[in-house]
Design a protein around this ligand. Structure first.
Ligand SMILES: Nc1nc2c(ncn2[C@@H]2O[C@H](COP(=O)(O)OP(=O)(O)OP(=O)(O)O)[C@@H](O)[C@H]2O)c(=O)[nH]1
Ligand SMILES: [Mg+2]
Length: 277
């Protein structure tokens, strides 16, 4: 008997204002940490892809920066790439001009939209959401609305189940073992950025540029050594990053090192240089 198996594949875009919990949700959908998260605004810098495999289904999730500027980065997203589903992530019943801007762009693009109302753990009386759901219905048409708590991993599988129902019948695009579009260097630099965000409490984390390089001596790569270059613009910023008696930078390095070692599954030495550029 000739039994043909159907495969399903689609690109699912996570959209929403900064801090609504897109990256937290991506990590929960994937069941592993792919994208860095923080309580501060503008955490995600790049589009981060997570490839999720389940039976005959393959989903390419794309986490995006919630930062929306004049150049309209959301709009640019749709120029080069085709998406199959949009997850519009909202923080409870918060809605302002950013959400208005986003729906203005996506309502003219005929891609199925799933509304995700996140952070419901922060709402004691859930009935306050009912008028808000009607409000959203009047704003944009969507195929489903799901209330979740990404942080507490509540109702995440409901999202998967809806996506499976509408994923296009298509061959898988990625090999099964492929989990993310990020290079090892980018993942490592994102780990370091997370700790810079965590330990420095001003605008500085947003201006530090991070470069990760292999350590090479006499054209030989020392595989357990990595060079981390941190670029800042001013001497005053360099001083803040280093901290009194190098306390801050040492803290960032040791925390990052642990996490990088877990990720690479081996012991490494980090050589960190802070440079002015
Ligand atoms: N209470 C609560 N907090 C959440 C939930 N989901 C995310 N958060 C928190 O919200 C903050 C922002 O989360 P992120 O996932 O970094 O937000 P984001 O939308 O990716 O933000 P950008 O990358 O800046 O666009 C973090 O402190 C998360 O822990 C949730 O369901 N409940
Ligand atoms: Mg993010």
């Amino acid at each position: 008997m000739n039994k043909t198996i159907s495969f399903y594949f689609g690109r699912v875009l996570l959209l929403g204002r900064t801090n609504v919990g897109k990256s937290t949700l991506l990590n929960k959908l994937m069941g592993k940490n792919i994208s860095i998260t923080s309580h501060k605004i503008n955490t995600t810098y790049f589009n981060i892809t997570g490839i999720y495999n389940y039976n005959n289904y393959q989903i390419e999730y794309i986490d995006t920066p919630g930062f929306i500027n004049k150049n309209n980065i959301i709009h640019n997203l749709f120029i080069n790439k085709k998406f199959d589903i949009i997850l519009l992530v909202l923080d409870r019943n918060k809605w302002n001009n950013i959400e208005e801007k986003i729906i203005k762009i996506i309502k003219n693009i005929s891609i199925p939209i799933i509304i995700i109302i996140n952070k419901i753990d922060k709402i004691f009386n859930k009935t306050v959401l009912l008028p808000h759901i009607n409000f959203i219905k009047n704003k944009i048409s969507f195929i489903d609305l799901i209330m979740i708590s990404a942080k507490n991993t509540l109702y995440i599988s409901n999202i998967h189940n809806i996506i499976y129902k509408i994923l296009p019948k298509k061959n898988h695009f990625f090999p099964k073992k492929y989990i993310t579009n990020q290079s090892k260097e980018l993942i490592i630099s994102e780990i370091i950025r997370k700790y810079i965000l965590k330990y420095i409490h001003n605008e500085l984390p947003y201006v530090v540029k991070i470069k990760v390089k292999p350590f090479i001596i006499n054209s030989e790569v020392l595989i357990n050594n990595l060079i981390i270059l941190l670029y800042v613009k001013r001497l005053s910023q360099k001083k803040i990053l280093i901290g009194k008696n190098a306390k801050i930078i040492n803290f960032i390095i040791s925390k990052s090192q642990n996490e990088i070692e877990n990720f690479l599954n081996k012991k490494i030495t980090l050589k960190v240089w802070i440079k002015l550029k």
